[in-house]
Design a protein around this ligand. Structure first.
Ligand SMILES: Nc1nc2c(ncn2[C@@H]2O[C@H](COP(=O)(O)OP(=O)(O)OP(=O)(O)O)[C@@H](O)[C@H]2O)c(=O)[nH]1
Ligand SMILES: [K+]
Ligand SMILES: [Mg+2]
Length: 429
């Protein structure tokens, strides 16, 4: 097994950079540069020098023993001065040590998975945590990283294995009098797991929104002030605005952090009948994207009419250019900012309502494995409804369900998945 090393912190100038070494020679390599090593998990200040005694840096050295480190291997971390030149000198000195090589992207995490320190869902959670930009994303990723999905899978698996064992006991007793009727207990276990799986599958789409962002489309007639509102929300001139009706054609996207939720606002072409070919294409796009969005803000002009698209029950409908309207109509003005805070609060309340359920499964991959498990359980339930003669087939279905659930954690059949998952990691992770 190679010993690998890489800079764990972002490249560029910084006060401190962390260089991580992992593998059987991590401690001896670090000793070669530092002279001596502090006790595990205790920071020690050391003067680092290369094999010729040329000083490299003064750094904090932190050692972790095999079995008690991020990768599960012997690990050393140098907290060195964060200049590119210092880091380059240290990496080059490490590269000259026999048996050491630069890590590939994601290789530290891959070793953590191979050594059973993290399960596959936790690896995905770690990837999401390193990417997290908003509070909701951070919370969700941390929950997955902490092993919440693994704990659920263990509970489901225990229940399924118990159900299968009860069925197998029945098979063994087939010729004799079965001491007790196991059907009620098996049925109870299967119903419970099936319901729990369904609820988790339902939560995946919310989790995906939290990870990838909610889409909020601004729609309405031309010149209602949609682009001006988008620019106000973005705090910059993201979209062209003008007094000409039909200015916006392409969908313009602006990504924002709305009270901790990731939201992409979509500015769209004004909806109307148009003879202009390009504008008509823009309107078709506007309708398609608005329909697919999580929420729509209908910005109306003084006619108060909408065309081509009808608001859904949770959509927000309000009058644009509120500064021109007299009276206390529910409105917003991208020009003066009037009503914008209320609008933002309403959007975030609506989306928070959807995001509030605590989910543990967060990806389509998880939903897919849980659907396969749920399908196998349904087949077992079906066999059991035909009577105990088919108990053996039902037990086999349950073992299939267990295998499907274990793919969630990377215990079986996931070799082809690993490359895809680790390709998202960058160097030093
Ligand atoms: N008084 C006032 N004028 C506004 C407001 N919002 C936009 N305008 C003006 O109204 C005109 C149209 O604004 P846009 O933001 O381009 O409107 P739009 O809805 O994006 O228009 P299309 O892209 O053509 O559909 C511009 O001249 C803006 O300066 C507002 O809140 N108050
Ligand atoms: K316009
Ligand atoms: Mg516009």
């Amino acid at each position: 097994m190679d010993t690998i090393f890489a800079q764990a912190t972002a490249r560029g100038k910084a006060g401190v950079a962390v260089i991580r070494i992992s593998g059987p020679r991590a401690h001896s390599a670090a000793r070669a540069l530092a002279g001596s090593l502090p006790a595990p998990r205790q920071a020690g200040l050391r003067r680092l020098a290369d094999a010729d005694g040329v000083p490299l840096d003064e750094a904090l050295v932190l050692c972790f023993a095999k079995g008690a480190s991020f990768t599960g291997e012997d690990v050393v971390e140098f907290q060195c001065h964060g200049s590119p030149a210092t880091v380059a000198a240290l990496l080059s000195a490490l590269g000259r040590i026999e048996g050491l090589r630069l890590a590939e992207p994601g290789e530290f995490t891959r070793r953590a998975l191979e050594n059973g320190v993290l399960d596959l869902a936790q690896v995905e959670g770690l990837g999401d945590l390193l990417e997290a930009e908003t509070e909701a994303q951070r919370r969700q990723a941390l929950r997955v990283l902490s092993g919440a999905l693994g704990a659920k899978v263990d509970r489901w698996r225990d229940a399924l294995i118990r159900a299968a064992a009860l069925l197998e006991a029945t098979i063994d007793f087939a010729d004799e009098d079965v001491p007790v009727d196991v059907t009620p207990e098996v049925t109870g276990l299967l119903d419970e797991v099936a319901a729990s799986l369904r609820s988790e599958i339902d939560g995946v789409s919310v989790a995906e929104r939290i990870r990838d962002g909610f889409e909020v489309a601004i729609v309405g007639p031309p010149n209602a002030g949609k682009s001006t509102l988008l620019n106000h929300l973005a705090g910059r001139e993201a979209a062209i605005t003008s007094e000409h009706a039909g200015t916006t054609r392409d969908v313009i996207e602006v990504r924002m952090d709305l009270d901790g939720l990731p939201v992409t606002f979509l500015d769209t072409a004004g909806l109307r009948e148009s003879a202009d070919e390009v504008e008509t294409i823009g309107i078709a796009r506007a309708v398609a994207r608005a329909e697919a969005a999580d929420l729509r803000v209908f910005l109306l002009d003084d006619t108060g009419k909408t065309q081509g698209l009808a608001p859904g029950p949770e959509d927000i409908v309000l009058r644009g250019k509120a500064d021109l309207a007299d009276g206390a109509a529910h409105g917003v003005s991208g020009l003066t900012g009037e009503g914008v805070a209320d609008l933002v609060a309403q959007i975030s309340t609506t989306l928070e309502g959807r995001a509030s359920r605590t989910v543990t499964a967060t990806r389509e991959r998880h939903a897919e494995a849980m659907r396969r498990a749920g399908g196998a359980i349904a087949e077992a339930q079906n066999q059991l409804s035909l009577g105990m003669e088919t108990a053996e087939l039902a037990a086999e279905d349950l073992r299939r369900a267990v295998r499907a659930l274990e793919t969630l954690l990377g215990r079986v059949d996931v070799e082809n998945l690993l490359d895809e998952i680790f390709s998202r990691f960058c160097l030093g992770k």
